[in-house]
Design a protein around this ligand. Structure first.
Ligand code: HEC
Length: 512
C-alpha cells in the first residue's frame, strides 16, 4: 500500500516522460554519428575566456587564466548546444534494479555494482577513445552521443573554470596520511550531461545570453545522466591508490586552497582575488568520479553514485579510466526517527542502511594508509572529496534557484550564515535544534521538490515573483551555481554602467 502511494506521488511530482525499460532496452543507435561540434561559443568556455574580453567581464583583473604563448596543450571548449540535443535511446543501466525492496543485502549490492558500471561505460563511450589521456573528455565532437557542460561556472575568479580542461575549484580537503601527518589539498572538477539532461538545461540556457530563470521547480527529463570527474592536487606519494590513475595538467591556484584576505578584514574584490591567488599549470590526479541518473524506479527519482581511485589494486586494468572502483549508490537518506540524531541512526551503519548500497571492501582498501575511505554521516554515501557530516543526497537536495539577493539554502547547516553557534547536522550529542536540523538535512526529498523546513533552518527565499518556497533545480548544484554566477554578472554590469568598477562576489556560492 505504502509503495503504491509513493509510486503515484513520484509520477505526479517528477516524471514528465517515463522511458519504459523495454523501450529503452538495447536500442542503442548511433543517432549522433554525423555530429557537428556541440561547442558553439555562446557562453564563455572558461574564466577569462579571451572571446569575452569585450564584454567587460574580466576588466580590472590580472589575467591568470588564458593560454600563454607557446602553450601546446588542449584548450577547453564548452559544449553548449543544449537545445539541439537528440534524445538518446541507450539506457543499459535499466537492466539492473538495485531499488527493488525485495532484494537481499547481497543481491542489492550486486545490482548496484552492475548498475554503476553500466552507467560508467555509457558515460565513457566516445569520450575516452582519443589515445591520449589529455585529449579525453573533450566533449565537442563525440561520435556516439552528444555530451554537454553547464555554462557560467566561469565568472567567480576563485572557482572559475580553468582554461585547459574546464575544471572548477571545489572543496579544500585536509588529508590525513598515516606516518606523514596532515596535508592540505584542493579538488578540481568538471561535470558532463547526456542529451536528455541537456534538453532540460536548454529550457534555461537557450543559447541566448540571458537564461530563462525557472519560476517553478525545475525538472530533469527521465533518463538524464550526469558524470563528474574530480581531480586532487595530492600525489601518489601521499595517496598510494593514486598510482596509475589518469593525470591531467590544469591551470590552478595554490594547492593548499588559496584564499584571498585583506588586512582590514574587508571582502576581496575580483582584482585582489586574481592578484592574491594566481594560477599556474600543475598536475592533478583523478580521485573520484560521481554519477547521477534520473531513474523513476528510484524512490526519489534519482540515483547518486560514486567511484574512487584504486590505481594500485587495479594496476593491470588496461583502460586507465577504469582504474577506479565503485564506492556505492544511494537513493535516500535513511532518515532517523525524530528523537534520534542522524549520527546514531541506523545503529549499525554497515548493515543498517536501507536507501543505499555501500561497498565496504573498497572502503577498507582506501583506509589502509589514509583517511580517504571516509563516508558521509554515519556511513551514508559520499566520497573522499566530500564532507563527512553530509551525504550525496543531503547536499544535492538543497539545490535551488538563487533568489533576488542571490542567495540559496546552505548545502550543509554548518555552512549557513545564520548558523546557531555550536549547532549543526550529524552531531553525536544532538540538542533539540540539532535533531530538527537532521530532520531537514537527512529527510529524503523527492526530485524536483522544494527544499523546505522550519525558517530557522531553511530561511524563506526572497524571490522577485514572491514565491515563499525555494524553487528546486532538481538536485543540480551546478545549475544553481550557473544561475548565481550569471546573476552576479548582471548586477556587476549594472554597476559598471554607473562607473562602479570594484567588483566583489556578493551572492552565495555553495562553498564547502
Ligand atoms: C558537501 C556537499 C556535497 C556532497 C556531500 C556531494 N556533493 Fe555533489 N556537488 C556539490 C556541489 C557544490 C556541486 C556543484 C559544484 C561543481 O560540480 O562544480 C556538486 C556537483 C555534483 C554533480 C554535477 C551535477 C550537479 O548536481 O550539479 C554530480 C553528478 C554530483 N555532485 C554527484 C555527487 C555524488 C554522487 C555525491 C556523493 C558521492 C556527491 N555529489 C556529494 C556538493 C556536494
Amino acid at each position: 500500500m505504502k509503495l503504491n502511494i509513493a509510486a503515484i506521488l513520484m509520477l505526479s511530482v517528477c516524471s514528465l516522460t517515463t522511458v519504459s525499460a523495454k523501450a529503452a532496452d538495447k536500442q542503442a543507435t548511433d543517432t549522433a554519428s554525423n555530429v557537428t561540434s556541440t561547442c558553439t561559443g555562446a557562453y564563455p568556455s572558461y574564466f577569462q575566456d579571451p572571446a569575452f574580453n569585450k564584454t567587460g567581464m574580466w576588466d580590472n583583473q590580472v589575467i591568470i587564466n588564458q593560454a600563454y604563448s607557446g602553450w601546446k596543450g588542449p584548450i577547453f571548449s564548452l559544449s553548449d548546444a543544449y537545445s539541439s540535443a537528440q534524445q538518446d535511446n541507450a539506457a543499459p543501466w535499466l537492466e539492473f534494479n538495485p531499488f527493488d525492496k525485495s532484494l537481499s543485502e547481497t543481491e542489492k549490492n550486486t545490482q548496484a555494482w552492475k548498475y554503476l558500471w553500466a552507467v560508467m561505460k555509457y558515460i565513457q563511450e566516445g569520450n575516452i577513445d582519443k589515445g591520449d589521456i589529455s585529449k579525453d573528455w573533450d566533449l565537442c565532437n563525440n561520435k556516439v552521443r552528444s555530451w554537454y557542460h553547464i555554462p557560467y561556472q566561469t565568472y567567480d575568479p576563485m572557482s572559475g573554470r580553468e582554461f585547459i580542461h574546464g575544471l572548477t575549484r571545489e572543496a579544500p580537503v585536509t588529508m590525513e596520511i598515516k606516518g606523514q601527518g596532515d596535508l592540505k589539498t584542493t579538488m578540481w572538477a568538471v561535470g558532463f550531461y547526456n542529451p536528455q539532461a541537456a534538453n532540460s538545461i536548454g529550457k534555461v540556457w537557450t543559447g541566448a545570453p540571458s537564461p530563462v530563470m525557472p519560476q517553478q521547480n525545475f525538472v530533469f527529463n527521465e533518463g538524464s545522466v550526469i558524470g563528474k570527474l574530480l581531480f586532487t592536487t595530492a600525489t601518489p606519494n601521499n595517496y598510494p591508490f593514486l598510482e596509475n590513475v589518469p593525470v591531467w595538467q590544469a591551470n590552478i591556484s595554490a594547492s593548499d586552497f588559496c584564499e584571498c584576505k585583506n588586512a582590514d578584514g574587508s571582502a576581496c574584490s575580483f582584482q585582489q582575488e586574481t592578484e592574491q591567488c594566481p594560477r599556474s599549470v600543475a598536475d592533478v590526479y583523478l580521485l573520484q568520479f560521481d554519477i547521477a541518473v534520473r531513474d523513476s524506479r528510484s524512490p526519489v527519482g534519482w540515483a547518486y553514485g560514486t567511484f574512487v581511485a584504486d590505481g594500485q589494486f587495479k594496476a593491470k586494468e588496461k583502460n586507465p579510466w577504469d582504474r577506479i572502483s565503485p564506492l556505492g549508490l544511494m537513493w535516500g537518506n535513511d532518515t532517523p526517527p525524530a528523537t534520534v540524531g542522524a549520527a546514531a541512526f541506523p545503529q549499525n551503519p554497515i548493515t543498517g542502511l536501507k536507501d543505499s548500497a555501500v561497498f565496504q571492501e573498497v572502503v577498507g582498501r582506501l583506509n589502509e594508509h589514509t583517511n580517504a575511505g571516509h563516508l558521509g554521516c554515519n556511513g551514508r554515501l559520499n566520497g573522499p572529496a566530500d564532507n563527512a557530516l553530509s551525504s550525496c543526497l543531503s547536499c544535492h537536495q538543497t539545490a535551488s534557484v538563487p533568489d533576488s539577493t542571490n542567495n540559496t539554502p546552505a548545502i550543509m547547516y554548518q555552512f549557513a550564515s545564520y548558523q546557531q553557534p555550536g549547532s549543526g547536522q550529524c552531531l553525536t550529542s544532538p540538542s533539540a535544534l540539532d535533531l530538527s536540523i537532521d530532520q531537514v538535512y537527512f529527510k529524503t526529498f523527492m526530485c524536483s521538490a522544494s527544499f523546505v523546513g522550519p525558517s530557522n533552518i531553511v530561511p524563506v527565499p526572497k524571490y522577485a515573483q514572491g514565491q515563499k518556497e525555494w524553487i528546486s533545480t532538481d538536485f543540480s548544484l551546478q545549475l544553481s551555481i550557473s544561475l548565481t554566477q550569471w546573476q552576479e554578472w548582471q548586477e556587476d554590469q549594472d554597476n559598471l554602467k554607473k562607473n562602479i568598477k570594484v567588483r566583489v562576489f556578493e551572492g552565495t556560492l555553495p562553498s564547502r
